[in-house]
Design a protein around this ligand. Structure first.
Ligand code: XMP
Length: 519
């Protein structure tokens, strides 16, 4: 987490919501600094004039279960404004004598909330007394707590927004932090500036300075190796480290054999020439394909790759004396899907190789300066660090590379086929200027052979799946709608020039329910 001891802040208490970092992100966008702490660590929070407000996150727990955590009295004693969201709203209500019950109807997705009375928190929020918001709950507040009034209701939540204006306590049943809530940011803005009266002190320059300072504090005089993938995240990490520790940094770039066509040459050229980084290149393609032979289970693939990465980093770190740290470009969405970030209860989706895929025992300590940021924020930071445009705008590429785009067994033949198909797809996106409109696009090779006909001959070959999505932060995504000409052109080019593929399909699922990658 980005840490700062000197400026005014909002404390977010995390009860395990998948959206907690989105709250932090919205606050950053409004020019304010915030810190997230786990609900178990509330008592470690020191009273300070710099803490201007508390936000209680949502979470998967139910307060109707006796063992679930209630709102700690310690928070109340701090005597500063509180905003509870979803689970946070329910525990706030319960603390002051309200009732929470399991509703017969679940409320997931869009809902309309209606204004019932005026409040500082809802200033400029409603349009004609209505608003569309994003709900995700089953428990509801069924009795208003003492001292609170009803500000807004939805069909299923009579107390969708409640307020105790005197004590400056506010509860919101829906999620103002997600983009699906219309004007959600206005609620957060009102809380920050009209209620907490916090100053705007947060910007990219400050973020950069603090990240550099945090790295210096953490690594002290030790040497650091940085796992470079060639993508924007690890490039930004390398630039931050270079500024923080200068020549104590060595970058290591591993060719897993699972990179895209020509990628290793491009990465080396960019990093040596443009960014002037000290870089060690390791061609480990043979060992990666050997260890992945016959592995089908996606989680196993990820673990094998994660372990091998670390083994190689450790082996090469030994050659540079006094290396204690391994830096990598882990982002917040990587963490949230692999494990819980603050130790709060949220559920695991997949082991991102640079997180959950790591072995339990490691000789190097991790430095992950971007672990509370989202991709688009990292791109902005990259711009602040003068990262060249072509690097800034590169689509994300996962650490396990093509391995997770070849469901089933991985063979060199399949990797080679996929590299060609992916190259064609990406080139067409660039030629038609669609590349920068799309968050991420790639080709995958399905473990499925079907019958086709080419030049009057029967073929029996693999199916290539194309995926292209738009997204703000990788947490949710929509598939991109190409026109027929584009599809036709790409499909023709792939079929005509890649041996081994006789069918091309397009993935039309969003995230959720799918994920962006296949495994
Ligand atoms: P999913 O598939 O989880 O992907 O919807 C979300 C974003 O994360 C990238 N991704 C990874 N990045 N290591 C990474 O560095 C990984 O193991 C990994 N798995 C997925 C994915 O490409 C997408 O941008």
């Amino acid at each position: 987490m980005i840490k700062n001891k000197f400026i005014e802040k909002i404390i977010i208490i995390d009860y395990g919501s998948q959206f907690t970092q989105l709250i932090a992100r919205k606050i950053r966008e409004l020019g304010v600094y915030s810190e997230i702490i786990n609900f178990n660590q509330i008592e470690n929070l020191k009273k300070s004039h710099l803490i201007k407000g508390i936000i209680l996150s949502g979470g998967p727990l139910t307060i109707t279960n006796k063992n679930s955590s209630s709102l700690s009295s310690y928070i109340i004693k701090l005597n500063i404004p509180i905003l509870g969201i979803c689970y946070g709203h329910q525990i706030l209500a319960k603390k002051f004598g309200g009732k929470v019950k399991i509703s017969k109807k679940r409320e997931f997705g869009h809902a309309i909330v209606k204004s019932k009375s005026k409040s500082t928190i809802t200033k400029n929020f409603f349009k004609k007394k209505n608003n569309t918001v994003w709900m995700s709950h089953q428990d509801i507040v069924s009795k208003l707590p003492a001292g609170f009034k009803k500000i807004a209701s939805s069909n299923n939540s009579k107390y969708a927004i409640i307020a105790n204006e005197k004590r400056e306590y506010y509860g919101i049943q829906f999620h103002p932090e997600v983009s699906h809530t219309q004007n959600g940011k206005i609620l957060i803005k009102n809380f920050l500036f009209s209620i907490c009266k916090i100053k705007k002190t947060w910007n990219l320059k400050r973020q950069k300075e603090i990240l550099i300072l945090n790295i210096k504090e953490k690594v002290k005089n030790n040497k650091v190796i940085c796992a470079l993938s060639g993508g924007v995240d690890s490039s930004v990490v390398a630039l931050l480290l270079k500024k923080a520790i200068g020549n104590k940094l060595t970058c290591i770039f591993i060719n897993t054999g699972l990179l895209r066509k020509n990628e290793e040459h491009e990465v080396l050229k960019n990093f040596k020439k443009k960014l002037k980084l000290k870089i060690i290149y390791i061609d480990a393609s043979k060992i990666f394909t050997k260890r992945l032979k016959n592995i089908v289970n996606p989680e196993k693939k990820r673990k094998i790759i994660g372990k091998l990465f670390i083994q190689l980093f450790e082996k090469h770190a030994k050659k540079i004396r006094k290396v204690k740290f391994l830096a990598q470009g882990t982002l917040y969405p990587d963490l949230i899907e692999s494990k819980t970030v603050t130790g709060s209860p949220s559920s695991k989706i997949k082991s991102h190789h640079n997180v959950g895929g790591l072995p339990k025992k490691m000789n190097l300590s991790l430095v992950e300066p971007l672990s509370s940021l989202f991709k688009d924020e990292v791109r902005k930071l990259g711009q602040e660090l003068s990262l060249p445009k072509e690097l800034l705008l590169r689509h994300p590429f996962p650490g396990p590379g093509l391995a997770i785009r070849i469901p089933g067994k991985i063979t060199i033949e399949k990797i080679d086929i996929l590299k060609e198909a992916d190259f064609i797809f990406t080139n067409e996106l660039k030629k038609t200027r669609l590349y920068n409109k799309i968050w991420q696009a790639y080709a995958a090779l399905l473990p499925l052979k079907t019958v086709g006909v080419m030049g009057d001959k029967r073929t029996y070959e693999y199916t290539c799946l194309l995926r292209a999505v738009t997204s703000e932060d990788g947490m949710t995504a929509d598939f991109y709608s190409f026109d027929k000409n584009f599809f036709q052109n790409v499909s023709n080019k792939i079929i005509n020039s890649v041996n081994g593929i006789n069918r091309v399909v397009y993935d039309i699922t969003s995230k959720p329910p799918s994920t962006i990658e296949l495994e």
